[in-house]
Design a protein around this ligand. Structure first.
Ligand code: PLP
Length: 375
């Protein structure tokens, strides 16, 4: 196993070594690490729900009713009425006919793309799509055509040239390391023109975008039988897992064909109950989104174009070289502020950045301190 040490030291000397922070308490706007308290801009807990008492209560009472482990896959006997309720509530929440729960967003992307696309098919993928979508495309063995980030002309010429049996445009709705939003209505129009499906990964839009937190579809006010929607539940929803929603027989088809659904233990029922509690808060407490948007506006007006262009709670500050990003992150940490330095391969070489992730749980003063520290 000597090659491991050599590889790790190569990673380290390129400024790319990744280390885990060990939290000594719940996720939130303030976290404790190594006995010290920090204001954290690291999590995707955009609405401040990860440790919300109502979610905790729902999980505890569901654990008392269903136990902790699901004990089997959904198709054997791990599927409960709590999962059923959560799936139908999630489908309603995003305005689609049916939904299917998965254990994680990564698994959902792998399962759905490989179930929908085979060798004879072609996937049209934005170059900045999440790693799970790239892995899914490769695993499917379909042809993978990567278009320039947000470039509709590039996408259209690839669609027009394709002779594939089935075409699927695949895009993050909110790009996870950039925070910018895909032009979904225009993507849908291209899909209609070229008879393609549109797979949207709304990991960072669900709960955050749209009037009631319904995500990217409600943000743009669109709906179409061509859309396959994936929302994650471990970010704004504050729980864990993901769901895939769509029209017609999509959920039923995925139960047959999505391997990451069939061959894995079901998500614990207590999480399904926590998801139901979370949906209630997401829908009812729109002040959380209002506060989040006001934090985004405050930070943008303080830092102007030093931030990369984004109107979402993901506000990246470009550092360039890996070492510069690491140094900025460590100097902020000395001031009691945690912000991760994001480096390749997560982002392209030369574009290392601080990924500032805002939450409704932050206070106005904290955002002002953050702006001052960055300045
Ligand atoms: C765009 C995007 N898709 C999918 C995922 C995977 O979701 P999960 O964390 O639930 O596996 C993430 C992040 O984790 C993401 O940022």
């Amino acid at each position: 196993m000597d090659f491991l040490a050599a590889e790790i030291s190569g990673i380290e000397s390129a400024g790319l070594l990744r280390n885990r922070r060990v939290l000594e308490g719940p996720q939130g706007a303030r976290v404790r690490v190594d006995g010290l308290d920090y204001v954290s801009y690291c999590s995707n807990d955009y609405l401040g729900l990860a440790a919300h008492p109502k979610l905790v209560e729902a999980a505890i009472s569901a654990a008392q009713k269903y136990g902790v482990g699901a004990g089997a896959s959904h198709l054997l006997c791990g599927h409960t009425d709590a999962h059923e309720k959560a799936e139908s509530a999630l489908a309603d929440f995003v305005g689609l006919a049916s939904a299917l729960l998965f254990s994680t967003g990564y698994m959902a992307n792998l399962g759905v793309i490989t179930a929908l696309a085979k060798r004879q098919d072609e996937l049209f993928c934005d170059r900045l799509n999440h790693a799970s979508l790239n892995d899914a495309a490769q695993l499917s063995r379909a042809r993978m055509s990567r278009y320039r980030h947000l470039d509709l002309e590039d996408l259209e010429s690839r669609l027009a040239a394709s002779v594939a049996r089935r075409k699927i445009v695949v895009s993050d709705s909110v790009f996870s390391m950039d925070g910018d939003i895909a032009p979904v209505p225009q993507l849908l129009e291209l899909c209609e023109r070229h008879d393609a499906l549109l797979f949207l990964d709304d990991a960072h839009g669900f709960g955050v975008l749209g009037g009631h937190g319904g995500g990217i579809l409600s943000h743009f006010g669109i709906s179409s039988p061509r859309i396959v929607y994936m929302g994650t539940l471990g970010k704004a929803a504050g729980v864990a897992g993901a769901f895939v929603a769509g029209s017609g027989n999509l959920a039923q088809y995925l139960v047959q064909k999505a391997k990451t659904y069939v061959y894995t233990t079901a998500q614990p029922a207590m999480l399904a109950e926590a998801i139901l509690a979370s949906l209630e808060i997401i829908g009812e407490e729109s002040w959380r989104r209002a506060r989040l948007n006001s934090h985004v506006a405050t930070l943008k007006s303080a830092l102007g174009n030093r931030l990369m262009p984004s109107d979402t709670p993901i506000q990246p500050y470009l550092a360039g070289e890996n070492q510069a990003a690491l140094e900025m992150s460590s100097r902020l940490r000395e001031r009691g502020i945690l912000i991760p330095a994001i480096r390749p391969p997560t982002v392209p070489a030369g574009t290392a950045r601080l990924r500032i992730s805002l939450s409704a749980a932050h206070g106005e003063e904290e955002i002002a301190d953050l702006a001052a520290a960055l300045q």
